[in-house]
Design a protein around this ligand. Sequence first.
Ligand code: AMP
Ligand code: MG
Length: 373
Amino acid sequence: MAEQLLSLDEALAKVRAALPMKGMAALRADRDDPALDRSAMDGAALRVADGDRPRRLLGTLYAGDDPSIFTVGPGDAVRIMTGAALPAGADAVVPVEELRLEGGTLWPQRLPRSGEAIRKQGLQAREGDELLPEGSSFTATRSGLAAQVGSQPSKLRRIRVGIASTGDELKGSPLPHQIRDSNGPMLTALAHRLGADALNLPSLPDDPEALRDRLSNLGDVEVLLTSGGVSMGEKDHLPSVLRELGADLLFHKIRLKPGKPMLVALLGDHVILGLPGNPQSAYLNALLFLPLVLARLEGTPERDPWRWGRLVEAVKNLGDRPLLLPCTRQGENLRPLRSKGSGDLIALAQADVCAWIPEGGMEAGATKYLDIL
Ligand code: AMP
Ligand code: MG
């Protein structure tokens, strides 16, 4: 019987459920917004009832000036800059483009309209209004709004992500039977690009003791990306070591090609992404799972990484797993590269995107894709 594997969506849902989002406190207006009538333009504050007859200029109000220094009586005007509070008596602002100034006299070039270019007190909100409900995700705009209403600004922090490759074959100066560690630098660069504080840790041998030791001493590493050691090989120790340490394994193995042995676990306060060792598998699973984990830990909105394009040729995909296929992209057109499978970092590095090819393959036509980053 075919192995019943979690779909990618089911696996993502498990991560979402295990990492509930801690959002912002509710935001309320601490005063009317605007707190006073303000000018929306650079111009002159005057009285509509005076029509277009010349005005006596009393002075100038800049943003931040106390408007009580002027009272605009019949036949008066005050020059006013954008954002400045309106002086008493004025009921319109005529923009500077429609004024002529001669000595101390202002000539409106047309009839002013009541309330024009004035942002009325409370136009946007009244004191005490709820502006954002509790639990809203953090966005840059909401940080701005928190500052506007005098709330404690949210702390900007980057999630500490450690990256540890595993494998006895990884060497700095490899003999022909050994290889260099490409996953470590690649995943560190990805985590950095995703806004994390990324730390490439020394790689680990295929030794349960070494794994246990690393996993038990994660310090301030909040998310650990490991690569390798999660499949069925005799030296794939990560799942058993995690179990031994009492980790909560959210899942192990998903229905995706490449990357079937993918694992996610919670170990105390740490999130462990056990990525398969093959570079395409490691990268694509990190690309799919790390943004979600970071969003949950930061409280920022989750972003849908999928976009839509058009595969320019038919692609076969034998077997029962959807395939992520390296492609170049020109506009909406996705052109498959001759990828030699999950170990082919060359194809992945030449690719702009990876296209989603359903089980069984597909004809040329619309499909979703992931940007490589
Ligand atoms: P594993 O998942 O440990 O069985 O590894 C699968 C394949 O990926 C093997 O061919 C490994 O040599 C290769 N591999 C594992 N880790 C790395 C790495 N850090 N960099 C490049 N290749 C790797
Ligand atoms: Mg290995």
